[in-house]
Design a protein around this ligand. Structure first.
Ligand SMILES: [Zn+2]
Length: 263
């Protein structure tokens, strides 16, 4: 038997009473744990078997599976379920983290980032759209896709005003214009559309996020409404471009936002 601190990403029904838990841990990566009686209210396993719950779990190995013996809750972020938009963003985070984690592969920084942002979401430290952008941008940066934000990547002189989503770099207006002139083929024109304006305040926030420990993630320089929208759009395009596919939970979030805006 061993003890492990883990966050339940997903709980899938297994038979009438049991659950298969997908758990993200600091020292064993993403693991699958079977909770016998995890669906029963009388079971002591129920509190630690809830999605968005971070617990110290007692686990044993039998017949090639990991089984939950018991445990105690360290922190439950289940209150994100009380608000539909927060719930949608939390679901998107736990769905997309699967592309960045693996069984046996330990990366504590990803788990820390997820815990800190679930906390921000459950405590309403920031609006859900902004938490989503912080997740997308910082997760990519932690996972080896950190963009080069020093200055214009071509001339190293002009003030950067554009973010090149595909290459993760900045361009000044002159170098951006030159890139576009040089793009005669359909494919290259498509690529040049992936160069989007970046505001100074957004760039300041991105620079902060790229180098800051996730514990201090909410301390980024303040963003006005335009800077926030700019960050949200850039983070999502940058994220989806590198992941290469969308997510069910993201479509749900977008559909829900569309409904809210129509009202
Ligand atoms: Zn330049």
């Amino acid at each position: 038997m061993f003890c492990v601190d883990g966050l339940v990403l997903q709980a899938k029904k297994r038979g009438e009473h049991d659950l298969f838990l997908q758990v993200l841990t600091a020292d064993r990566g993403r693991i699958l744990i079977c909770a016998k009686g995890g669906r029963s209210v009388r079971s002591g396993q129920m509190p630690v078997s809830q999605p968005f719950t971070y617990s110290n779990m007692e686990v044993y190995e039998k017949n090639g599976f990991l089984w939950l013996k018991g445990g105690s809750v360290i922190h439950s972020f289940y209150s994100v379920s009380e608000d539909l938009e927060s719930f949608a963003v939390a679901s998107y985070m736990v769905e997309s983290v699967q592309d960045f984690t693996d069984e046996g592969v330990t990366d504590e920084s990803v788990l820390r980032l997820l815990l800190n942002l679930l906390y921000a979401l459950s405590e309403k430290k920031a609006p859900p759209d902004l938490v989503k952008a912080l997740w997308e941008f910082t997760l990519l940066s932690l996972s080896g896709y950190a963009p080069d934000l020093q200055g214009c990547a071509v001339c190293h002189k002009g003030a950067p005003a554009f973010f090149d989503i595909q290459n993760g770099r900045l361009l000044c207006p002159e170098c951006k214009a030159r890139e576009e002139v040089r793009a005669p083929s359909e494919d290259e024109r498509e690529e040049s559309r992936m160069i989007a304006p970046v505001l100074d305040e957004t760039l300041a926030a991105m620079r902060y996020l790229e180098r800051t420990d996730s514990k201090k993630i909410m301390g980024f320089p303040p963003l006005g409404p335009a800077g926030r929208i700019n960050l949200e759009q850039l983070a999502e395009s940058f994220f989806l471009y590198h992941v290469g596919h969308s997510y069910k939970s993201l479509s749900f979030y977008k559909g829900m936002k569309g409904e809210v805006e129509k009202r």
